[in-house]
Design a protein around this ligand. Sequence first.
Ligand code: PLP
Length: 420
Amino acid sequence: MAATTDTEREGRWVVKASQGSRDAINPVRGFEENLFKDALKARRTDIEFIKLSIGDTTALPVHPAVPEAVKKVLELGGCTGYGHSRGLPETRAALARLYSPFTLDPRGLTAEDVIMTNACSGALETCLTVLTEPGQNILVPSPGFGLYSCLAGSRGIKCHFYRLQADRGWEADLADLERQIDSETAAIIVNNPSNPCGSSYSKQHLLDILAIAERHRLPIIADEIYAWMTFPGSEFHMLSSLSETVPILSCSSLSKRYMVAGWRMGWIIVHDRQNAFRDEVIPGLARLATKVLGPSTLVQAAIPDIISKVPEDYHQKNLSLFHRNALHIMEILGPAPGLFPVMPRAAMYHMVVIEMKHFPEFQSDVEFTKALVIEQSVFCLPSPAFNTKDCFRIVLGCAESKIQEACNRIAAFAKLHYKE
Ligand SMILES: Cc1ncc(COP(=O)(O)O)c(C=O)c1O
């Protein structure tokens, strides 16, 4: 028998995975798909299971103009081939028109400033890839959307978490944010309106964040997937509409505003008033776009119709449901012992702070929310999904009667386990 060479191996097949794949840990998906498996198996089954864990958009109706737009593309028989790697020119031009009122750049925006991506997740990944080197760090909000640490981890980038303050409408602690910056910081992620907090920042607060970015010459990745999704009486400001200098990559998608998360259609809008991105970042984004040649051209081609034909009252109807659900949560959980729901102003989420010292049976909010699943058949996501502690998130996208029923059960659970 021939001797085994260096490259020959024997025995059971074991193929190694990369470090990047080992560090691609999405805490939201971890809780949703794995870590609650036992609790979900052990849950009470004599009452309806109420799932308020994931911002799933299928609970809400899609406006008929949205599938109509895709049908039209199909009927025209087009879009079966590859598109431009950065996206279809007409689609990018339509998005440039949509976002043009929100830039201070007198040149406005053109199709050249838009890159189509695989949903907002793909947009965020592309932005991180173009702006960071392994070993560097990015500033990430806490509480914040769990995907940021997953994307950073898989690229060998560290997250420096800056604190958001529950008692100040989840505004960033600006001193803490600035303290997190060091010589290896590559960018700041600002998520406004926020998942999981449901906050929408004032103009002044955004100007304060921009001033820090300006002082340290740091670009901002603005996750604005919930743009315009504010509740009555609340303000929303697109970050790019407030700065003439800070380079901003704004990320968004069809997922939440049009309730078609499964279509995985997103984009990056490049705001580069001072040409800071011109020499390296813009060519880098263009090269990265050639890696996968953009998202589905079928859905891309439908975007001009989708954004022009879905009426504003469709969005307002959804937002009014989220708002009413948030008010139900305040009414029912506000008086519940040991729980402090923080009224959201936007998006589709409601955070509830837990005073853990009053629930000594549970070591953490993860144990608290697992017991809630088992005893009350209500599933909310605990705080590690958002890189924070002592709170849980309720998703607002469901029928009012369901939210009320869930809150009554959460309040009963809190009463039962609360200790002075
Ligand atoms: C703040 C935030 N950013 C990005 C995403 C990802 O969106 P998409 O489904 O378009 O990838 C989500 C989804 O929940 C989100 O809440």
